[in-house]
Design a protein around this ligand. Sequence first.
Ligand SMILES: [Zn+2]
Length: 301
Amino acid sequence: MTVAVRPIAAPWRRFHLYSFLIDAPELAIVDTGVTASAAGVPGELAKLGRRIEDVRWILLTHGHIDHIGGAYALWEATGRRAEVVVSEADAPFVRSRRAHVDEALALRGDRVGREALEAKKTAEALEAISGEFEPTRLIGDGDVLDLGGAEVRVHAIPGHTPGAVAYEIAGQGDVFVGDAVQSYGAASGFPGYEDADLYRDSLRRLQALEPQRMYLGHPYRRKDGTPFPVVLDAADAAEAIRGSLDREAEIRAAVARAGEGTPSDSPYSPYQQVAEELGYTGDPTLEPAPFFTSIHAYRSR
Ligand SMILES: [Zn+2]
């Protein structure tokens, strides 16, 4: 059985989010966008001749707000009949809005004002997350899900978040990677990961899978700054994975050369030397601030 996949655009602010429909005998949606964008999903499905009531699987690649925010609303729209699938490690972000606030404070609270960040993240979680609930299925590496005859394999690919997973439609080389293949980054022009070594290991793992088609959560950029499409063919998938490995190595080397960092008036402070060495001129303060999250991933090793 060959199963078709359709992208579903889920616009939110400056983020270009994408969900995907897996048009299996049991319909599945990969990632959900946020409250506002999820409201548009039933209409997008209708254009494809499918009904939200018939969706039986909501597959979450990781716990970030722009991927799980619409999960509760979409689960409700299925009459709570869909399985909501996420890894154990990222499940707290489905259960609780506060988990998103605590994570931001842990990653960046020491650098920016804690109170301002807490207020901003609390408001954002309230707006973007449609509800808190217990996911119906916790999955891990090697699990296989049966979508009514089409099999989906789970691959643990931690690094971007601790519980990031890829979903592979078995036998046809379609791989959904969420945000685990960042290449040269998205809007902020910098790749974001919480653990650099795991990010690298996971990229190697995806490389070994040799995706025939790879699906990204956002249009990440090539080295020359042009965006990849969100549905990549085998050649683009290989280029995006290679670009991600190259950029990670460049950042790793620049961080090692820069050492501790020195506080200054630079918006990149205390890592202005890292930005300089990389020729990075993007806005480092744009939340979720991948510049600081990723450098923190090396400094905290
Ligand atoms: Zn993410």
